[in-house]
Design a protein around this ligand. Structure first.
Ligand code: NAP
Ligand code: ZN
Ligand code: ZN
Length: 348
């Protein structure tokens, strides 16, 4: 065991504070990573405040992890000491169910080991995330990271990146599609970059007027302030897809009206409470609602390689570890442009 510095929430009302965790010894198939950066996802807030229920404490959040390999087990074949590596939202899964075999490990039917707020495959060892200086993960669940891109901007690709890349690919979004991105935060700004890169005409739907200029810089062609009735009216029956990244409770209804016949609302945002969807929102123009959660290991690697080839990274504000509670407060005010990333040197 190695004692490792981290930041943890002790319960759903406590702020995050320094905490010591133990990482396992490097096993034959393991990769040990010196964590350099970790992105801050809104899911870290939901879970550390137990907004989804069932949180496991103490909790060390963080699932957008990049760093350099310090050690590898003797059976490891794909990684070498000194290389960059990434860890996303899960560190293991059953490996035998239909979804695991199909490369959809994120939908493991038996026992997904999320990177934190979960248990290892033994069902009892808690997993701790990337708000820490070191992590040990099986090479099968470790991603290759290019040396070509600025590393702090790569970290958010491990969750915000794959969570938006995967459903856009699944839906074959590209040329000829009008795509709206609802909510311009960590996920939203990656969705804009990917949808534009895939050739779609992209509109940002936002509550924040101040983000209009940024939306265009990120690659959006249009911007709609959702509180402005006349702007909303202009995009009625307009979009083939809406990618909904909103983190807070809200009604889908005003946005369902913006979809064309056969249009799809893709839900990736995970607000704490359920919402109701009137049947007429769906039946009137044969509309669909599609959910999607992160992505499998192979697709995450495909996304990282795509980003390296197309020079796509997240727009980040790099922070020190002790700033994390202020960062959470700012995210609750939609004040992040567009992902906080922790420089882990600040914890070493
Ligand atoms: P974020 O950076 O905090 O961005 C969320 C954005 O939602 C805000 O910037 C804001 O955009 C909009 N928003 C917030 N409150 C709103 C409200 N009351 N009404 C309307 N819009 C509001 O969060 P994130 O990290 O991108 O995560 C977004 C959501 O996705 C979270 O619920 C998170 O848990 C979830 N998530 C899901 C997956 C998955 O696998 N499906 C993966 C990661 C995260 P504007 O300022 O533009 O309005
Ligand atoms: Zn996340
Ligand atoms: Zn499985």
């Amino acid at each position: 065991m190695t004692a490792v510095k981290s930041y943890a929430a002790q319960n759903e009302t406590s702020s995050l504070a320094p905490f010591s965790i133990n990482r396992r010894k490097v096993g034959p198939h393991d990769v040990q990573i010196d964590i350099l950066y970790c992105g801050v996802c809104h899911s870290d807030i939901h879970q550390s405040r137990d907004e989804w229920g069932g949180s496991i404490f103490p909790m060390v959040p963080g699932h957008e992890i990049v760093g350099r390999i310090l050690d590898v087990g003797d059976k490891v074949t794909r990684f070498k000491v000194g290389e960059l590596a990434g860890i996303g939202c899960f560190v293991d899964s059953c490996r035998t169910c239909e979804n695991c075999k199909a490369g959809l490990e994120q939908y493991c039917e038996v026992s997904l080991s999320a990177t934190y707020n979960a248990y290892e495959q033994d069902g009892k060892t808690p997993t701790y995330g990337g708000y820490s200086t070191l992590i040990v993960v099986d090479e099968k669940y470790t991603l290759k990271v290019s040396e070509k891109l600025p590393l702090a901007g790569v970290a958010p690709l491990l969750c915000a990146g794959i969570t938006t890349y995967s459903p856009l690919r699944y839906a074959n979004v590209g040329k000829g599609h009008r795509v709206a991105v609802l909510g311009l935060g960590g996920l939203g700004h990656m969705a804009v970059k990917f949808a534009a890169s895939f050739g779609a005409e992209v509109t940002v739907l936002s509550t924040s007027k101040s983000k209009e200029e940024d939306a265009r810089k990120l690659g959006a062609h249009h911007f709609v302030l959702t509180s402005d009735k006349s702007q909303m009216e202009k995009v009625r029956n307009h979009f083939h897809f809406i990618l909904n990244t909103v983190s807070a409770n809200h009604s889908y209804s005003p946005f369902m009206n913006l979809l064309k016949t056969d249009g799809t609302m893709i839900i990736v945002g995970a607000p704490p409470d359920p919402t109701t969807v009137p049947a007429f929102d769906l039946i009137a123009k044969r509309k669909k609602i599609l959910g999607s959660m992160i992505g499998g290991i192979a697709e995450t690697q495909e996304m990282l390689d795509y980003c390296a080839d197309h020079a796509i990274v997240s727009d980040v504000e790099v922070i020190d570890m002790p700033y994390i509670n202020k960062a959470y407060d700012r995210m609750m005010k939609n004040d992040v442009k567009y992902r906080f990333v922790i420089d882990m040197a600040s914890l070493k």
